[in-house]
Design a protein around this ligand. Structure first.
Ligand SMILES: [Zn+2]
Ligand SMILES: [Zn+2]
Length: 278
């Protein structure tokens, strides 16, 4: 599918999704407990997959996950509206390599909060997978890209099984919540002036609880400083759910090549660095 067509489908899906979420909220402001738990479960699985699998394992190669675990997490991350792993990684590697520069399309420097939060997703040029993530231009990742739209349609409509409140809460409301939680990483965590001679990334403690199982992504300054490290929360009080899970996976033999910050002092600045670090 052409990139432009795919972007158009995503754009209209996202708009329809937001409209459906608002309607759902008006019609069913208080869902039943099972429906609420299923919606939260989807957010948690997707958020966990985004931070552990898409971000730390696939984009930065700071941990190698068991292949079955990786594929399982990719499904739930796509189900939660994060897109296919290769394109997510291409955007993300470009973000690190070109932080706050012209090519860092999601930077608030280009158009303020709303640009960085959402508009860039639909109005900027896509990151080229062949350039930024050539290691992910393989049949398995191309397969995920090919089924991106069917997975998101399944995600939107699966809740119908639990009636109308399930349709709205497990579908559109969950997806809109997850979308904004992810977008905050690009917007508020890069809003403001550069710190010293580095980039504009920030640690924002209060965002952590809202991110649920992706709590740890909010230590974004730490992450930019040690981009090759699988550990984002560097102080004992900086809660990092993804890191605790990676340690547990390592003990269980489901994760290997785990990179700690002290072993990776240098900050990755290009996709070449990221691949060399793998
Ligand atoms: Zn990163
Ligand atoms: Zn950043």
């Amino acid at each position: 599918m052409e990139a432009g067509t795919r972007q158009g489908i995503h754009s209209s899906l996202s708009r329809d999704d937001s409209g459906l979420a608002i309607i759902g909220f008006i019609l069913f402001p208080l869902p039943s407990l099972p429906v609420l738990l299923l919606a939260i479960g989807g957010v948690m699985l997707g958020g966990f997959g985004t931070t552990v699998c898409y971000h730390r394992a696939i984009s930065h190669r700071s941990v190698k996950l068991n292949p079955v675990l990786e594929q399982f997490l990719i499904f739930w991350t796509m189900f939660n509206g994060s897109g296919a792993p290769a394109s997510w990684s291409a955007y993300h590697r470009r973000h690190h390599a070109r932080s706050d520069q012209l090519e860092d399309v999601s930077s608030p420097a280009h158009g303020g909060f709303w640009w960085a939060h959402l508009r860039w997703l639909y109005q900027s040029e896509r990151a080229d997978v062949k350039r930024w993530a050539p290691d992910l231009d393989t049949p398995v990742y191309r397969f995920w890209r090919a089924i991106e739209v069917p997975v998101i349609l399944l995600s939107l409509f699966a809740g119908v099984y639990w009636g109308w409140e399930g349709f709205f809460w497990i579908g559109a409301i969950r997806l809109v919540y997850s979308l904004h939680m992810q977008c905050l990483v690009n917007s508020v965590m890069h809003l403001g002036a550069k710190v010293g001679d580095s980039d504009s990334s920030r640690n924002i403690w209060w965002l952590g609880p809202f991110q649920m199982t992706a709590w740890g992504e909010n230590w974004h300054r730490n992450h930019h400083s040690f981009a090759n490290s699988a550990q984002f929360g560097l102080k004992w009080y900086q809660i990092d759910i993804g890191w605790y899970a990676i340690l547990a996976f390592e003990k269980l033999g489901l994760a290997t090549n785990v990179k700690r910050p002290k072993l990776s002092k240098q900050t990755a600045t290009s996709s070449d660095d990221l691949q060399q670090a793998a």
